[in-house]
Design a protein around this ligand. Structure first.
Ligand SMILES: C[S@@+](CC[C@H](N)C(=O)[O-])C[C@H]1O[C@@H](n2cnc3c(N)ncnc32)[C@H](O)[C@@H]1O
Length: 362
């Protein structure tokens, strides 16, 4: 899709999934952080857009704002919103949408218009620093292509504790322009390395796709503890975009998986976890549990292991959610392939809520 020129444009069906995930994740993120020990949190929308689409659907900055406004009881934390939109008219449209809402005194919304994400972050950064550190931040980085989203900025955010990024990697656009001579510097900034050049010459489209994907994954893995990627592809199996989520918090990963697994299926698009080329898992209404069972058996059997470790394995090393593995453990116990080694007192058979429960799978 070419970048639209209008102030507001039509919402593409494939973008709905992106918004759905964002909405679900932020619902969890805001409440976890505000109920936690953080007096202030920051949501950054670095490529905010005008805040709505031509069919009246709301865009990402307004999605975030409305979620925060919708909590009952209301959130008590001070929530900062930094919305950046390079096109002044789009920013003005967004400002209008923000102005229509009644904001409580703990909401601090800034719409930076006519300026790039990079420059706005540089200019505003110090306002969000507390005791020498960026306050807990979720940064949504959603460009049309690759310009203006330098990896150095992503790194700067991720190096801070409790800060995470959600990046839309517009594969289709990037793949189309990556060989262009006049874009070399922009791609260098985007990937934060010049090794992307080795992907360009790959003729096989799947190899090239994987090469560019893995490069991004690798770069993010260098600066964040947990990284997962999600692929949106069309009915011809052509990648439209990848979403990369990078965090240092296991709870964040857990909530993001939850959001991903609830994306509504559409006949036109396929949404999958793409982190590991050897386990591409489709987000379907009925998850492919035999695949997960095979992973559990391969990695967790033949030794005493606590349920917490199995859960971390599932969350970090596989595409599945923590809720998926419990049914598998129950089934293995029913079949006599799992026995309790320690912690059985007072436990109901088939329940695995205690992370310290030690089991053995054979
Ligand atoms: C994909 S759209 C954003 C859509 C929005 N995040 C949503 O989901 O509703 C990208 C927006 O980024 C703006 N943009 C382009 N380059 C930018 C830059 N360097 N900094 C900030 N905004 C930029 C474009 O004008 C466009 O409105």
């Amino acid at each position: 899709m070419a970048a639209p020129r209008e102030i507001i444009w039509q919402l593409e069906p494939h973008s709905r999934a992106k918004h759905e995930i964002l909405r679900r994740y932020l619902q969890a993120w805001m409440v976890i952080l505000s109920q936690g020990r953080f007096p202030e949190i920051l949501y950054i929308d670095g490529f905010a857009g005008p805040g709505e689409y031509s069919g009246g659907e709301i865009g990402s900055p307004i999605i975030a704002l409305d979620i925060a406004l919708g909590y009952r009881p209301p959130l008590e934390t001070v929530i900062h919103f930094l919305f950046v939109e390079k096109e002044a008219e789009r920013a003005a449209h967004l400002r209008e949408l923000v102005a229509r809402r009644t904001l409580p005194s703990n909401f601090r919304v800034i719409v930076e218009g006519g300026i790039t994400f990079e420059d706005a972050f540089e200019r505003r950064h110090s306002e969000y620093v507390r005791q020498g550190r960026l306050m807990p931040t979720f940064a949504f980085i959603d460009p049309f292509g690759w310009t203006g989203a330098p990896f150095s900025l992503v790194r700067k955010i991720l190096e801070q504790k409790s800060c995470e990024v959600f990046v839309n990697f517009m594969y289709e656009e990037i793949n189309r322009f990556i060989g262009h001579r006049d874009q070399v510097e922009n791609f260098e900034n985007f990937f934060g390395t010049n090794t992307w050049k080795s992907c360009v010459d790959l003729i096989d489209r799947r190899h090239r796709n994987r090469c560019l994907h893995d490069l991004c994954l690798g770069q993010l893995n260098n600066v964040a503890r947990y990284v997962r990627s999600f692929e949106m592809s069309n009915s011809h199996d052509v990648t439209d975009y990848f979403l990369f989520y990078a965090t240092n918090e296991l709870l964040g990963l857990k909530k993001m998986k939850e959001a991903m697994w609830r994306v509504d299926e559409s006949g036109e698009f396929r949404f999958s976890d793409a982190t590991d080329p050897h386990q591409l898992v489709l987000f379907e209404k009925t998850p492919n549990l035999p695949t997960l069972q095979a992973h559990i058996l391969a990695n967790c059997s033949g030794r005493n292991i606590d349920v917490g470790e199995i859960e971390s394995f599932v969350l970090v090393q596989t595409a599945f959610r923590e809720s998926h593995y419990k049914g598998i453990l129950k089934d293995l116990e029913n079949k006599g392939r799992l026995r309790i080694v320690h912690g059985a007192a007072g436990r109901r058979i088939g329940t695995f809520g205690d992370a310290k429960l030690i089991v053995r799978i054979d």
